[in-house]
Design a protein around this ligand. Structure first.
Ligand code: ATP
Length: 751
């Protein structure tokens, strides 16, 4: 990371700078040399970090080195949304080149400047070198490779500098690039992207890769339009230029849309195809207005509502706003809805009366005056109409809150929190849209935020027609934001592509059925426990998935996930399937309530300002630490004395520590591949005390490269066990849990 420090002064004017020490490196926690513990989730880590900082889409330039560059390339392959276009790498290494990366780079307009200094660790035969070279030859607009040995004029030559006290391990030596190379990198990052020779390059490459259709196909169910509002007072025109009725350019980059609109005339063409399908009852539709704050989204929605009102029909209409991830019913005095699936008020209304009803409701919407817009919407609004011909068919008009760079909008305090919530939910929407278009995506992350959750049926139903209006401002000061909006919207033009149908194996079908069963379970839990996105949220913001046997309760089982993971086995890094665990226990004669919390800053739980759950033992018991989280869950879900705590990996260490600290509440503990870190001076052999405190204990081990007998022995020693149960692959944890839960439910002499 320090490699790049000399570049920072020149970027300080234009960028907020974020320098990352990956876990186990530099100042970040974790034992050194344990990068393999988190490497499989490094791209997720980068995305979570950017999303926690609420970076708007297309706003991040990146400089990365060695395995950090590999992580970055994986992050781009997974989702290029946050990245704005300039990527500089040095000696990038990667185990396997992601199959979607070439198409991602081509379609997102990213450009990579890659330096390579050949040495025994970074050879020309290495995967990354070979692929960067191939990319530079096949997509010279997107990638350039500088091999230092072959191109001395441009080489990233280095001199070594040692910096005292830079990391917790002492002195770090870093290499200082020569000034002329720094200047080249600086110019690259600050450069305007060149005008594309073939403006359909992005689309062409996507079509080539996947055989998909594009937006220029009028039959596509997803159409993307751009609308440029007129200049307002005191604004001066920027680089936005109209090229044709379907093309506009900003900062010399041309973008193609289904149509572009300029000025104030109503843009009825964007909604007419949706309206006719809606009125005939043939298919549902959703129309989004997307763009930076003050670009004309609310204005456009207003015009569209007035257009709908000219069609004389009796309709049912509901109107909600999403503010800070909660739903409010605008047709019921802006009352808060108890959950994301609660049904809002539905008005039976004549379409001609709709504008007046919407205007009245809009007075209740959260709006504020910012530097960018005198009446800026601080919430997303969703107006949903039900088809008179078919009650199953709806048309939803979504006025998205505007993305904003808080430096420009001057947001502070509550406004800043709002801006962060808005940016992060827009990023959630962008991620969902990308997952819809990506043939390799296995999962649509619709549960990540309230906005995508509300629209999840849209994303899942292949018949729903979708229109997006990218609203942009012609003001020169907004050129940067305009480019981001257009780049994102142009990227969405591939959403129209029918995702290549993957042949599902019977196993995958079972997976989908399980997912649906899980959904049903969440709804059940939601009903029983109250508010939350299919679960409960504690007063401290801990999201807890729950499952109950439904016929009395013998034990409470609390499942703890690994550091950097999530509780529910729904996404890539989830650990548990609460329903599966509950059913397995029920089959073994134990009626259990199974609870799986997400630690603060993980999964659905909010991050704490003071501290997220940290991996060090010393942080377990601090506010927000693992043990404190477990206690909060026990308290707020009413876990009785018959509680079993089960933890995997880092969660296993937390389970052990929680059982030790609250032996009066915990009757059983199962530590699976537990990462228990001994504190300096801590006597591990606490077994004697444990025998009296927590009667039922198991340590389970699954063979893997980093599990050693020594680690297993340490946890066993801590638990007062002679040895752990060692399993060759998976499975052992459930058997141990069944044993312990049976013993806790009907106390026996099992120890
Ligand atoms: N096409 C247009 N013709 C004339 N005026 C417009 C047009 N679009 C927007 N405006 C004006 O620009 C200003 C900002 O528009 P609007 O409130 O719709 O922006 P917005 O994108 O909804 O902003 P925010 O995200 O902050 O809510 C308003 O004064 C609006 O009347």
């Amino acid at each position: 990371m320090m490699h790049w420090c000399t570049l920072f002064p020149s970027f300080r004017q234009t960028h907020a700078i974020l320098a990352i020490d990956f876990p186990c490196f530099g100042r970040s926690s974790g034992p050194s040399g344990q990068a393999n513990l988190w490497r499989s989730s490094d791209s997720d880590l980068i995305h979570r970090l950017l999303s926690s900082l609420s970076c708007p889409p297309s706003s991040v330039d990146a400089l990365a080195q060695c395995m950090g560059a590999g992580a970055l390339l994986r992050a781009i392959a997974a989702d290029p949304t946050p990245f704005s276009g300039k990527i500089v790498t040095h000696n990038a290494t990667i185990g396997a080149w992601p199959s979607s990366l070439d198409a991602r780079v081509a379609s997102s307009g990213l450009r990579i400047l890659a330096y390579h200094e050949v040495d025994p660790d970074h050879m020309r035969e290495a995967v990354c070198y070979k692929n960067l070279k191939r990319l530079a030859l096949s997509q010279p607009e997107s990638a350039a490779l500088v091999d230092n040995a072959l191109d001395r004029g441009n080489a990233l030559e280095m001199s070594s500098v040692a910096v005292e006290g830079l990391s917790r391990t002492g002195c770090v030596s870093y290499k200082d690039p020569h000034p002329h190379v720094l200047e080249r990198i600086r110019r690259f990052v600050h450069s305007q992207p060149p005008a594309r020779k073939n403006k359909n390059f992005e689309l062409a490459s996507i079509v080539g890769a996947d055989g998909n259709k594009t937006c220029s196909d009028p039959k596509s169910r997803f159409q993307v339009y751009a609308r440029v509002r007129p200049l307002l007072h005191e604004e001066a025109a920027g680089s936005l230029t109209r090229k044709s009725s379907t093309t506009i350019s900003a900062k010399n980059v041309a973008f193609d849309f289904a149509s572009t609109f300029h000025g104030s005339a109503p843009v009825t063409a964007v909604i007419d195809p949706l309206l006719s399908a809606f009125l005939s009852g043939s298919s549902s539709g959703v129309l989004f207005c997307y763009g930076q704050t003050g670009s004309g989204k609310t204005f456009t929605v207003d015009q569209l509502v007035r257009h709908v009102s000219t069609l004389p029909r009796q309709l049912a209409a509901s109107y909600v706003q999403i503010y800070h991830e909660s739903f409010f019913d605008l047709f019921d005095g802006n009352s808060k809805l108890s959950s994301s699936s609660a049904v809002p008020t539905s008005l039976a209304i004549l379409s001609s009366d709709l504008p007046a009803a919407v205007d009245r409701a809009n007075a209740l919407r959260n709006t504020e005056s910012t530097r960018m817009n005198a009446a800026s919407s601080r919430s997303h609004s969703l107006l949903t109409l039900t088809s008179p011909a078919n009650p199953a068919v709806t048309l939803t008009i979504v006025d998205l809150a505007g993305s904003e760079r808080v430096k420009r909008s001057g947001a502070r305090g509550d406004r800043l929190a709002e801006a962060c919530a808005i940016n992060s939910s827009l990023s959630g929407l962008v991620r969902v849209l990308h997952s819809v278009i990506d043939p390799a995506a296995k999962h649509t992350p619709a549960r990540d935020c309230a906005l995508t959750y509300a629209l999840k049926d849209v994303f899942q139903c292949p018949r729903t027609r979708v229109a997006m209006v990218a609203c942009v401002s012609p003001d020169g000061e907004s050129d940067g934001e305009t480019l981001c909006t257009l780049r994102f919207a142009a990227g969405c033009t591939w959403v129209g592509a029918e995702k290549k149908k993957r042949r599902r194996s019977p196993g995958k079908r079972v997976g989908r059925e399980r997912l649906e069963a899980l959904e049903a379970t969440y709804r059940e839990v939601e009903g029983r426990f109250g508010a939350g996105a299919g679960n409960i949220v504690t007063s401290g913001g801990v999201s807890v998935r729950g499952w109950e046997a439904g016929s009395g309760r013998d034990v409470d089982v609390v499942l703890l996930h690994y550091y950097g993971g999530a509780a529910i086995r729904e996404g890539a890094y989830g650990t548990w399937d609460v329903a599966e665990v509950g059913e397995r226990l029920r089959a073994a004669g134990v009626n259990a309530r199974v609870l799986a919390p997400d630690f603060p800053g993980h999964g659905g739980s909010s991050a704490l300002e003071t501290q997220s759950a940290k991996p060090e033992r010393s942080a377990f018991n601090q506010g927000g630490g693992g043990v404190a989280t477990v206690l909060e869950v026990l308290d707020e879900t009413g876990c009785g004395e018959r509680t079993v705590v089960v933890g995997f990996d880092w969660g296993g260490g937390v389970a052990v520590a929680a059982a030790e600290a609250h032996a009066e509440r915990v009757k059983g503990v199962v530590a699976w591949n537990a990462a228990y870190r001994q504190e300096a001076g801590e006597a591990v052999g606490g077994g004697q005390r444990w025998l009296g405190g927590v009667p039922y204990r198991r340590a389970v081990w699954t063979d893997s490269v980093w599990i050693t007998k020594a680690k297993s022995d340490k946890v066993c020693e801590k638990l007062g066990l002679k040895e752990g149960v060692r399993k060759s692959k998976g499975g052992g944890c459930m058997e141990a849990l069944v044993e312990v839960a049976q013993a806790v439910a009907v106390p026996t002499s099992v120890k």
